[in-house]
Design a protein around this ligand. Structure first.
Ligand SMILES: [Zn+2]
Length: 264
């Protein structure tokens, strides 16, 4: 088998877009990871279902470190992550696709690879700028309605937010809200990965509609599936040979040394 050149971290459902693939499990010091090695549009990829094959890991129990470590162990440098989000703005309707470029941590999750080392990554730009802008440009050229340049706020979950919290988070500058991008994006940066996010607006956040239900989230996600399939195929083709030149990878050597010492 050829080596995968891209990693995809997806929520539920994306696995069915893989053309050919086999499921694997691997034990790491951070837990047992589920993943697929396969191909999309003849590009070899590593696919990780963020919540497990059976959706058994809720947002606060996702094996974030194990997932990022697995990507790093495969020597993959580029990650396309997908996740459902709530919208804090009426102009970002359910079904919208957003590539955020900023991130606020309201989760206090605190998960890091550097629990025992005094090492601080730069997080001025939380997402890979080269991949995010390239994805936006290419998807627009192909006629897909995608938005770029919003701020994601991450909560701890698994409950949805209160109306009061959403009101506060909006005043803080947040546009979309989700439960997984902290610590996922932080760990990706610590590992020196180029990491970008495609977020799918599944509902308006608390206080903007009567109540938020999981059923509504699943319904919207089902309706955008054909569009997501197009996006996934286009991005895999574009990023297979794309080499970002921004600073995300400057932390990779430190992380490799760390892995060596910790014997992950
Ligand atoms: Zn980058």
């Amino acid at each position: 088998m050829r080596s995968p050149v891209l990693a995809i971290i997806g929520g539920t459902g994306l696995e069915e877009f893989i053309d050919v693939g086999s499921r694997y499990f691997k034990e790491t010091m951070f837990g047992t990871v589920n993943y697929v090695l396969g191909s999309i549009s003849d590009v070899d990829i590593l696919f990780i279902p963020r919540h497990g094959f059976k959706h058994e890991n809720p947002p606060h129990k996702v094996l974030y470190k194990a997932n990022i470590e697995l990507i790093s162990a495969h020597n993959i440098s580029k990650v396309i992550a997908f996740s459902a989000v709530g919208s804090l703005r009426y102009d970002l309707k359910p079904g919208s696709i957003v590539i955020p470029n900023q991130l606020i941590d309201y989760s206090l999750h605190g998960e890091t690879f550097y629990d025992f080392d005094s090492f601080h990554v730069d997080f001025t730009f939380p997402y890979c700028r080269d991949m995010g802008l390239k994805a936006y440009q290419v998807l627009r050229e192909r006629g897909l309605d995608v938005k770029y340049g919003y701020t994601y706020v991450s909560t701890y979950g698994p409950r949805f937010e209160s109306a009061g919290e959403i009101d506060m988070l909006r005043r803080m500058g947040a546009d979309i809200v989700g439960m997984t991008n902290i610590p996922e994006s932080v760990l990706a940066r610590e590992a020196g990965l180029h990491y970008m996010l495609i977020s799918i607006v599944s509902n308006y956040a608390a206080g903007m509609q009567d109540r938020v239900t999981s059923e509504e989230v699943y319904d919207v996600m089902a309706s955008v599936k054909p569009k997501l399939k197009d996006i996934l195929h286009i991005l895999v083709e574009v990023f297979a040979d794309f080499e970002p030149t921004d600073g995300c990878s400057s932390f990779r050597d430190v992380f490799r040394d760390f892995r060596e010492v910790r014997r992950i």
